[in-house]
Write a protein that binds this ligand. Structure first.
Ligand SMILES: [Mg+2]
Length: 206
């Protein structure tokens, strides 16, 4: 697999706006509102118990909402132009959960918005590390994540890692970038316009 035309990418918080839909579902279905939007862990973000947070995420990920997530702003035109103008395709590595009907919803949602720019989709159970899938690709692929631990894992196995930042991961991302000893952390970006530049710069330097 050519590492110049295949990018490894997370789904929620990078391609799709999972948080926006989850927030709406939490209010309407569970009566929970965000307590602190600078927190990545859901139990901290909503100020609920870790157990309830885990149950809410698992429940939400198994609903039809996953079929109708919106892409992050400008992700669609930029990914389509990376595909059409540069031949770049994306392998999605997602910790959605192990349910195969939920995975079908995810596939439907991604192909509907991004079409043939999506080369493959790996849906892992939420508690399974992305390490195995990341290691199955030769070192040197671009890897885009918003979960800082998974970003660090990818950099550790040799992938050129870009963190998509949000209020909930910004502090952690800056620390990980500063503490990096692999030279594989390519940067933190907060929107798809900057992401496009970062991808093309990274490919240009390879
Ligand atoms: Mg994510």
């Amino acid at each position: 697999m050519n590492k110049h035309n295949t990018i490894l990418i997370d789904c929620d918080g990078v391609l799709m706006n999972w948080n926006q839909s989850f927030e709406e579902w939490m209010i309407t279905q569970k009566g929970h509102i965000i307590a602190d939007n600078t927190q990545y862990p859901i139990h901290h973000r909503y100020d609920i118990s870790p157990r309830e947070a885990m149950d809410c995420v698992a429940h939400f990920n198994d609903t039809q909402w996953i079929k109708y997530l919106d892409p992050l702003p400008r992700a669609v035109p930029i990914i389509k132009s990376l595909y059409h103008d540069h031949g770049i395709r994306f392998v999605v590595i997602s910790s959605l959960g192990g349910d195969h009907y939920s995975a079908d919803h995810r596939r439907h949602n991604l192909y509907e918005h991004f079409g043939p720019a999506i080369k493959d989709i790996h849906c892992l159970p939420t508690n399974v590390s992305k390490m195995g899938v990341l290691k199955s690709f030769a070192p040197g692929h671009i890897w885009i994540e918003d979960h800082v631990n998974n970003a660090v894992i990818g950099a550790g196995v040799g992938h050129k890692t870009i963190i998509h930042t949000h209020p909930y991961n910004l502090h952690e991302a800056i620390v990980a970038f500063k503490d990096d000893t692999t030279d594989n952390m390519m940067g933190c970006v907060s929107n798809w316009r900057d992401m496009e530049d970062k991808i093309l710069d990274t490919l240009g330097a390879m």
